[in-house]
Design a protein around this ligand. Sequence first.
Ligand code: SF4
Length: 331
Amino acid sequence: MDEKKTLLKVEHLRKYFPVKSGMFKKDYIQAVEDVSFRIYQGETLGIVGESGCGKSTLGRAILRLHEPTSGRVVFDGVAIYDGEQKKQVPMLPYRKRMQIIFQDPSASLDPRMTVGEIVGEALTVHRPDLKGQAYRDRINELLETVGLNSEHANRFPHEFSGGQQQRIGIARALAVEPDFIVCDEPISALDVSIQSQVVNMLEDLQRDKGLTYLFIAHDISVVRHISNRIGVMYLGQMVELSESYELCSQPLHPYTQSLLSAVPLPDPEKTRAQQRVILEGDVPSPLHPPTGCRFHTRCPAATEKCSQCAPTWKEYRPGHFVACHRLEEGD
Ligand code: SF4
């Protein structure tokens, strides 16, 4: 019996962005296409894929920062988005429970606001009971939680390094005591030396506060360090999802295999012996994605069938989902 509690369920989620094509015609960028998965309470689900594969759009669509096009998002038993319904539930009560840490810390902090104002902004909306000294104490407590101190509250974002700015972004996300945080490439804009500090801090916070993360990154070696399970996205679709160890040791989808083959190993001998799977060509446009399997234009194992019909998303091993014709045929 599965004892894990599902905190978030995403069902057949789509997010299309309209673009003008010609005088009267509209076309659509299919940024997220038919994505389904669930996140268990207290876990970290990593989402990995190349830039432009739709992983950030997926995170924002879940939080309805981008309103989805269709599908369903269920958070703690409540459908916070249901494409079948005309009227959606108001998000304000859920904003307190679902937060986001943005990729670029400097761009996500208002340069005209002090750090105290930035961190306290959500408190003014969600905790109007906190006033005066209690409000200031809460801000100081949040700054200390992320390794800053109360003196920093009166400074402006430009006075901080990239790593410190990201800590401010994390304090802002923690202000309303959320259950679930979308970490949207929170370390990709940081120096490598700072990245591990921020990742370790996120892990500590998760342990202390029982947080659940959707951790988005393009680097699978970072994602596998922090995630319990990993989902791999390609051109708007989820192509593989499994426990981290299994996905990294026994990847089944050719795209996951190519991502993993590019990760350098600590032992140079092993790196030299490692077989690289180098993908030809660029990622196709999500405006007119390839027919059939979207990966067929770059897949080293593609057959004629791959260009004609889309593979189905199936569970090939317990908890290990893949969409690939090669597996359907038992190869
Ligand atoms: Fe490659 Fe075909 Fe599998 Fe797609 S369905 S990943 S093209 S083998």
